[in-house]
Write a protein that binds this ligand. Structure first.
Ligand SMILES: [Zn+2]
Length: 107
């Protein structure tokens, strides 16, 4: 079960990892993570996903990988697509484009 604080925290995890939160939000989230095992788990999951995708030697992920693919990553991606165009570098977007190609290859 997730409370509101956790939902808010987990919505921000991708930006947290990308270093896109402002100082205050970053500090608040860091403090929440120190005390919340659920959110720590989510953070690790997203970091693992990043590490897998960033690695050139990444093996084809299994079905379980995609089943656990964090919804919020797609949400972040979609909101990025619909937002006014702005430069965000190759970070998350490049990562997600690689996710997307892996995804379609599997279909
Ligand atoms: Zn939490």
């Amino acid at each position: 079960m997730k409370n509101t604080a956790c939902r808010d925290a987990q919505d921000q995890l991708v930006e947290y990892i990308e270093g896109e939160l402002d100082k205050t939000q970053h500090a608040l989230l860091a403090r929440h993570l120190e005390t919340c095992a659920d959110c720590q788990k989510e953070l690790k999951e997203i970091e693992r996903l990043r590490a897998t995708l960033v690695s050139e030697q990444a093996p084809e992920p299994g079905a379980a990988f995609w089943e656990s693919f964090p919804d919020r990553v797609w949400r972040a991606y979609q909101s990025e697509q619909t937002a006014a165009p702005r430069q965000r570098g190759a970070g998350l977007q490049g990562l997600l484009e690689r996710c997307g190609s892996l995804w379609y290859r599997r279909c």
